[in-house]
Design a binder for this molecule. Structure first.
Ligand code: AP5
Ligand code: ZN
Length: 217
């Protein structure tokens, strides 16, 4: 299956993607995680992305689209993938469509995670991620690590993302409404959107998502 996950910052895309990708045996491709890995490795791409991310703005399409395509061209993504954080504006969605068309394949579904803004703010305020791998995600109240400040998965140190400050979160939400939400209409016109509530227990949301994706097949 080829799936796009969409939803505001802090909706739980990364959290759900980890379970959905495992259940569906497809790779989880997060452009946010790819950028953060490049930043911690000190690559040229990471240097280009950092200032935009710190400000809560989108990294320019010229950088992002090439990086996402390179990842989708890896052998493990040949038969499907779960995209998290990409596409994030209509021109990225058009570039993705063009690339899939060229390969003679198409998306199966766009899973839209709905969460009220006050809940998103609480989720982001308490989020802690792992220094070794930003896909290892915890929450101080909702899903605390067994040992405070230490990643359950790899033992790495947990920290708060630089772009999770109140001011930057406000900017990320604005960018979501103005640039990313329009892709939902873009994909609705293709009949691809399935919307679910992302409120409640993580496992309940995963079940809801799996049911919605099955219904869509
Ligand atoms: P990115 O990393 O994609 O950030 P985001 O979209 O803002 O999403 P988040 O990672 O903040 O949230 P999430 O929905 O994954 O939530 P999570 O599962 O962690 O992007 C960061 C930046 O990179 C962008 O601002 C931009 O600069 C750049 N970028 C990335 N992609 C780009 C692109 N395509 N184009 C241009 N620029 C791009 O959950 C949040 C918290 O809630 C966690 O603590 C979790 O434990 C908790 N939680 C999750 N589910 C539940 C639940 N059901 N109940 C209670 N708590 C929960
Ligand atoms: Zn870890």
């Amino acid at each position: 299956m080829r799936i796009v996950l969409v939803g505001p910052p802090g909706a739980g895309k990364g959290t759900q993607a980890a379970y959905l990708a495992e259940n569906l045996s497809i790779p989880h491709i997060s452009t946010g995680d790819l950028f953060r890995a490049n930043i911690s490795q000190g690559t040229e791409l990471g240097k280009q992305a950092k200032a935009y991310m710190d400000a809560g703005n989108l990294v320019p399409d010229e950088v992002t689209i090439g990086m996402a395509k390179d990842r989708m061209d890896q052998p493990d993504a040949a038969n499907g993938f779960l995209l998290d954080g990409f596409p994030r504006n209509v021109s990225q969605a058009e570039a993705l469509d063009a690339s899939l068309n060229a390969d003679g394949v198409k998306l199966d579904a766009v899973l839209d995670l709905e969460v009220p803004e006050d809940e998103v703010v609480k989720r982001i305020a308490g989020r802690r991620i792992c220094k070794n791998d930003s896909s290892h995600v915890f929450h101080v109240t909702y899903s605390p690590a067994q040992q405070e400040g230490v990643c359950d998965t790899c033992g790495g140190e947990l920290y708060q993302r630089g772009d999770d400050s109140e001011e930057t979160v406000r900017r990320r939400l604005e960018v979501y409404h103005s640039e990313t939400e329009p892709i939902i209409d873009y994909y609705k016109a293709q009949g691809l959107v399935v919307t679910i509530s992302a409120l409640g227990k993580v496992s309940d949301v995963t079940q809801r998502a799996m049911d919605a994706l099955k219904g869509d097949r």
